[in-house]
Write a protein that binds this ligand. Structure first.
Ligand code: TYD
Ligand code: MG
Length: 458
């Protein structure tokens, strides 16, 4: 054996752009010629029992099953103590699942998890692993928030192998690792926070969760590009991905489900950051409506449906003469291309042109709308601002606008109408196919099929 030092495990260098793997590091990927893309990765030793993949514990088995033969018990869900958190989790915590909670620094990830874990610690074993804050800081915060801390176990540690070893002994039902970017594995020499370290640390924690049945929360910081430590490297490894959203200045914090193997995606949980920590907001519709005392031009209320509940939000538009050769199309909380498309439809099918106007659209309260049901409201808001004429206060709307100028139905029309009626709205402009068979009490429904009918209705 000529080698002087022998590492206990091998590593290879993998290109994060093309995926090629090489025995030596180089500044440029020999395959795809991209620069600074090679990352060190651990190679698991080959042999029996070395196989490892999410959702399976123990050795790789060569057996093939029929699905009927697999015992699929309904997963047990544990209430997390917060209705809004349960909602984004798909109805509660699932044992053995791994949940990634992402968000900008300072948005409230640690606060939410320490609160949740403290509540859970009353009835089950919990463990909070922190690689970011000192035990003193954590204890001070927990005491200030008035949390039950008697049973809350804390481990300041950043080495994954040691964390897993402690967790094997401690056997927590719920484990929080704050944050995954501070964790490192002894198998790799690269710095904590690098893509390969984060990926390998996550892989070990996922493996631990599946093996032990512990529910694991991983905190992840979002990078400047809006990704979780590199291009979404973790999202495919975990069961559930939750993201904090919201405006920096606002008191409200939204958590959105990006991926969930145990429930619906795009589910939205709403919290408010107070001096006593994060409080859940049970009636979010009320906070996203800015109450104008009288009708103002450019404001339209729409009923969106994020996840499984309808939500009333206000779309605001400002249309102003543009000094630019290329007038601006600015959207906040909506897709910009969608606005351009809507303006084109408005021009082509109603003859209203805005080619010399700047158009700004904003969804109030920092909500991001991902569905097309907002189309109609956005168009109405734009039109209302353009004409300087306000839209009556008791009006709501939803519906998709098609390229041929037709108004297309959206899912769950009746539920949306009921939400609007509940908040005292009197009139709704909706796609014809969304008109419910049963009348919704307290709200007059105006069905529309074409864009031109919408203009007549307001
Ligand atoms: P934190 O949970 O530490 O953020 P993260 O872990 O996502 O980086 O949240 C810190 C912010 O929350 C900080 O700006 C102060 C604020 N905050 C409150 O307003 N009230 C509170 O009770 C707590 C604990 C934090
Ligand atoms: Mg934190």
């Amino acid at each position: 054996m000529a080698q002087g030092i022998k590492k206990n495990s091998k590593s290879v260098y993998v290109c994060s752009a093309c995926g090629g793997s090489f025995p030596k590091w180089a500044g440029q990927c020999p395959d795809c010629k991209a620069w600074n893309v090679l990352e060190e990765m651990a190679v698991a030793p080959k042999g029996p029992g070395s196989g490892r993949f999410a959702g399976y514990s123990g050795e790789v088995s060569p057996e093939i099953y029929t699905l009927a033969a697999v015992q699929a018990n309904q997963e047990i869900r544990v209430p997390s103590g917060s209705k809004e958190l349960d909602r984004v989790l798909g109805g509660g915590l699932v044992y053995g699942s791994v949940i990634l909670l992402g968000g900008d620094p300072g948005i409230g990830k640690s606060t939410l998890l320490i609160q949740t874990l403290a509540q859970l610690s009353v009835s089950m074993q919990t463990l909070y692993v922190s690689g970011e804050e000192s035990p003193r800081q954590i204890a001070l915060r927990a005491q200030r928030l008035g949390l039950p801390v008697d049973e809350l176990r804390l481990l300041p540690e950043t080495c994954v192998e040691r964390i897993v070893a402690s967790a094997e002994k401690e056997k927590p039902a719920v484990l929080v690792v704050d944050s995954i970017q501070t964790m490192f594995t002894e198998q790799l020499q690269s710095a904590p926070g690098s893509v390969s370290q984060v990926r390998e640390a996550t892989a070990q924690l996922v493996h631990f969760a599946k093996r032990s049945g512990t529910a694991v929360f991983l905190v992840g910081h979002v990078t400047k590009e809006g990704n979780l430590a590199g291009p979404r490297v973790l999202e495919h490894m975990v069961d559930t991905v939750l993201y904090f959203e919201g405006e920096a200045g606002s008191q409200f914090r939204l958590i959105r489900t990006i991926k969930n193997r145990f429930g619906a995606v795009n589910e939205l949980g709403v919290f408010a950051m107070t001096e006593r920590g994060l409080k859940e907001v049970s009636n979010p519709s009320a906070i996203f409506l800015s109450r104008h005392t009288e009708a103002v031009p450019g404001s339209v209320i729409l009923v969106t449906r994020e996840g499984t509940r309808p939500l009333l939000v206000e779309a605001q538009a400002l249309v102003d003469e543009s000094p630019l050769a290329n007038p601006r199309r600015v959207t906040l909380g909506l897709e910009q291309n969608r606005l351009s498309m809507l303006l084109a439809v408005l021009h082509r099918h109603c003859g209203i042109s805005m080619f010399d106007q700047d158009v700004y659209v904003n969804v109030v309260g920092g909500v991001r709308i991902t569905e097309t049901a907002a189309d109609l409201a956005v168009l109405l808001a734009v039109l209302s601002s353009f004409r300087g004429s306000s839209i009556e206060t008791g009006l709501v709307t939803f519906g998709e606008v098609g390229l041929t100028g037709e108004i297309r139905p959206v899912p769950n029309g009746q539920e949306r109408l009921r939400e609007a009626a509940k908040h005292g709205f009197k009139r709704a402009i909706v796609p014809k196919a969304n008109v419910p068979k049963q009348l919704v009490k307290g709200i007059e429904v105006v069905p529309v099929e074409r864009l031109s009918e919408v203009l007549d209705a307001i």
